[in-house]
Write a protein that binds this ligand. Structure first.
Ligand SMILES: Nc1nc2c(ncn2[C@@H]2O[C@H](COP(=O)(O)OP(=O)(O)OP(=O)(O)O)[C@@H](O)[C@H]2O)c(=O)[nH]1
Ligand SMILES: [Mg+2]
Length: 290
């Protein structure tokens, strides 16, 4: 695997981005943002508006709602209609699921549908405003410039920052969770637990979503590990991570426990071998360690 620092990759991409806009053909890349929602009525419309306003005509949004009691699913349908009127074409869709089934299952369903429907790239993004909309174009630019299978919006590469609303304890816990999973799995991805990740369609297909084990937050770790095992390049782009200001976290003890156990499960089980993916060995940035 060719090694290059994530910053090199970002710089190259920014070079191509010029004044911060992607070249026209790149901006038109079919990209689907997959956004799982559970009780995000206070956040979703603003997120959808901000995404639609990006200079990325190829971008569409797929909301995956688990029958939120606060009506997020209906609100998302209203947004989709409004945007259809504004842009003269359907740019937003909603996948309605019958019950709360975990963030991992919601992402798996949404990502599978996005690729099935023809997306060349799929972006995982939370609805709570933690992930910066302003970084979407850069992630796409970096992925296209570097041929990485996965571009991670990273809190833990140089230039990445965390919300000041996070106290020292929470910051430490997040760093520890990354070091824990990374060490057990032997990867050098700095933000392996992060949830703001851009996937190339062939990498999504290669990881085989139907067989992913994680129901909750360990989905992020399991997916990146699978991509590395398939030989895809993973590159990290620094982001600022904001704390949610509206709505409530869905983190609970069950999903936290799953995150503790999952790295051991993955390590024992192994997974698809490196070199089996079409992007094998070609990606710069943080690859699997030897
Ligand atoms: N469809 C669906 N979405 C979910 C589920 N659990 C969480 N989400 C969504 O996944 C995203 C992340 O959830 P959060 O509760 O913000 O989790 P987090 O970001 O790890 O935790 P905080 O830092 O406390 O916000 C949000 O958009 C949630 O609405 C679920 O079971 N089903
Ligand atoms: Mg959150």
């Amino acid at each position: 695997m060719t090694e290059a620092s994530p910053l090199d990759a970002a710089e190259r991409a920014v070079g191509v981005l010029g004044a911060g806009r992607l070249p026209e053909e790149w901006a038109a890349t079919p990209l689907t943002v997959v956004m799982p929602t559970y009780n995000e009525a206070g956040n979703l419309p603003g997120m959808a508006d901000a995404l639609m306003a990006l200079p990325l005509p190829g971008l569409s949004l797929l909301v995956v709602d688990d029958s939120s009691p606060d009506g997020t699913g209906d609100l998302a349908e209203d947004c989709a209609r409004r945007h259809e009127e504004t842009y003269g074409r359907r740019r937003m869709n909603v996948l309605h699921r019958t019950e709360k089934d975990g963030l991992g299952r919601a992402y798996a369903a949404g990502m599978a549908k996005a690729v099935e429907d023809g997306a060349h790239y799929v972006l995982q993004m939370d609805a709570d405003g933690s992930h910066p909309v302003a970084k979407v174009a850069e992630l796409l630019g970096v992925a296209l410039a570097t041929d990485a299978g996965v571009a991670v919006g990273s809190r833990y590469v140089q230039g990445g920052t965390l919300s000041d609303a996070w106290g020292a304890h929470r910051k430490l816990l997040s760093r520890w969770a990354n070091a824990y999973a990374g060490t057990i799995l032997g990867t050098r991805v700095r933000d392996i637990t992060g949830g703001f990740n851009l996937w190339r369609a062939d990498a999504v297909r290669a990881v085989d979503l139907a067989s992913v084990d994680s129901a909750g937050y360990s989905f992020q770790v399991e997916m990146k590990y699978r991509a590395l095992r398939c030989g895809f390049g993973v590159v990290e782009v620094p982001i600022h991570f904001e704390d949610r200001t509206v709505g409530e976290s869905k983190m609970n003890l069950v999903v936290q426990l799953e995150s503790v156990v999952m790295p051991w499960k993955l390590r024992m089980r192994g997974g698809p071998r490196q070199g089996s993916g079409p992007g094998a060995g070609s990606g710069p940035g943080s690859g699997p360690s030897a």
